[in-house]
Design a protein around this ligand. Sequence first.
Ligand code: C2E
Ligand code: CA
Ligand code: CA
Ligand code: CA
Length: 279
Amino acid sequence: AKQEGRNNYQWYTNDLNLRLRERVHLRNELQKAIETEAFELYFQPKIEGCSGQVIGLEALLRWQHPQMGFISPATFVPIAEDTGQIIPLSQWVLETACRQLRDLLQQGIAAPSVAVNISTVQFRRINFVKSVQSALQKYQLKSEHLEIEITENVLFDNTEKAIEKLQRLKELGVNISIDDFGTGFSSLSYLKELPIDTVKIDRSFVQEINTDSRDAAITQGIISMAHHLRLNVVAEGVETEQQFKFLQQSNCDQYQGYYFAKPMPFEALKQYLMDEAAR
Ligand code: C2E
Ligand code: CA
Ligand code: CA
Ligand code: CA
């Protein structure tokens, strides 16, 4: 048992070293990617339940590394948050989302609002609201064109400051969604204080909605509570017709997921929106 313990320990430290080296490597590669703007935004439609219309888009960050291939934002966003690289990266996302939406509108393509995922690190910056305002101005967009998605984490420390910031965004006219709703550990009581418009039910609940009665109960609870608070509800990660049916019967408002459309690059989005307009 002793022997085994030592081996485990060795394996563990090697594994740690490896992960550390990987992280350092990724950080350096991220730096190059930021400098060369080696990123791309994909867009995933949000669908309105009754009409089936596209009522929004979510911008999702993509990094195709020349040697390592596709690297998920779930991997590199946390590293960029640790190193502070998230700041220039977020700025690129915000501006690119606005610029591409402006391009669509200029080309006469009927485009709904675009939602951008906001890192907690980015949100906490003093000039965050200003940067949103500047991006809108720079690309001559109305505030209704932009939506932001934040997680409950932004409320963790200095809740009052966070609420004040949300208030200012709200006054600008930007729509605000709480992402990954139901996965955080914060108390629900904060919901009534927040100037938000929408909650997004996390994919982890939607996944088992037809097979696990607990996920079904949580989902229906969220929808009912949100509606009583006059909030809009979006279900994310809808992959099957059964999931969609169940959510529809539970009065969910909007849907996102592979069942409707996968995230797509800008050129494909253009075609998608034109096809939708012709329907
Ligand atoms: P999220 O904001 O919760 O985004 C939803 C994720 O679910 C996306 O993964 C999307 O591609 C994926 N998805 C959508 N529909 C389905 C479905 O039907 N089935 C399955 N299996 N997956 C689906 P993605 O693009 O890999 O992003 C992962 C996370 O990375 C995001 O989670 C978000 O937290 C973060 N992220 C992505 N882009 C950005 C960004 O520009 N800025 C920041 N700060 N974070 C970002
Ligand atoms: Ca999101
Ligand atoms: Ca999520
Ligand atoms: Ca997330």
